[in-house]
Design a protein. Structure first.
Length: 252
């Protein structure tokens, strides 16, 4: 009888050990921006991170210079085993800044932080060409072009494509500035996976408040995984402007 009770106790201990929650904290990786990158004052910076946890990640926190800036929460109360977040930081203050992301699990465990050092510099003025004495309508050469992302027209985030499949990604942007985009403006790949695309791509020269669609032909990579490609408008002199945009696909 004593042996039977002892066996039951040992079995109970074993079951308890099997259902014990993991003591390891969640893991998180900062995908973008890269450490040491330089951005212009007023730029909107996409902060992309990816976290994992065996019990589920319920939220990812974005901290800027040691202060909580934004929280991205999972739609599931118990969290997601793999959880991605894309947050936007407005680089309004010139100088060095530290962007940090942290993942929190459903039972309160916190990941080790992942950080990147970012330098915010003063926006370069648009070069002023030599005066043209030919009588023409007045043009404000000091105007800095701008653009805002409106929506994804095709290929929503995490669309599934088998390796080698061709697809066309279309973004919708609006000229929210005070001048028409100058001649020679292009839609240019800036980081991530090129996905077989050609860069740069010529774009329609949108007037103020005009909405334009920009399309790029792409190919899904042959290996399984999650792929993301970042793009942005670029002036003829090489300076970028407006919102960044991206396409994110999954190859099963």
């Amino acid at each position: 009888m004593v042996k039977k009770r002892l066996l039951l106790i040992l079995l109970a201990i074993g079951v308890t050990a099997c259902v014990t929650r993991p003591s390891q904290p969640p893991t998180i990786r900062l995908e973008s921006p890269q450490d040491g990158v330089e951005v212009s004052q007023g730029e909107r910076v996409l902060v992309q991170s990816s976290a994992q946890d065996e019990m589920g990640v319920v939220k990812i926190e974005l901290w800027v210079d040691g202060r909580l800036y934004e929280v991205h929460r999972s739609a599931e109360p118990s969290g997601d085993l793999a959880f991605d977040a894309i947050q936007i930081w407005d680089a309004s203050e010139i100088g060095p800044h530290t962007l940090t992301v942290k993942a929190l699990s459903a039972d309160g465990r916190v990941s080790e932080p992942a950080s990147a050092e970012i330098s915010v510099v003063q926006r370069k003025p648009t070069p002023t060409p030599a005066p043209d004495l030919t009588p023409t309508a007045s043009v404000d050469d000091s105007c800095v072009p701008s653009a805002r992302f409106v929506e994804d027209v095709t290929v929503p985030d995490d669309s599934l494509f088998y390796g080698g499949v061709n697809f066309t990604k279309t973004w919708r942007l609006r000229n929210d500035g005070e001048c028409t985009w100058p001649a020679g403006t292009t839609w240019t790949f800036i980081s991530g996976n090129l996905l077989g695309a050609q860069s740069p791509v010529e774009v329609e020269l949108a007037q103020v408040d005009r909405i334009v669609d920009i399309s790029v032909d792409m190919v899904a990579p042959p290996s399984p995984g999650t792929y993301i490609s970042y793009w942005r408008l670029q002036l003829p002199d090489g300076e970028f402007f407006g919102d960044q945009a991206y396409v994110r696909i999954i190859v099963p």
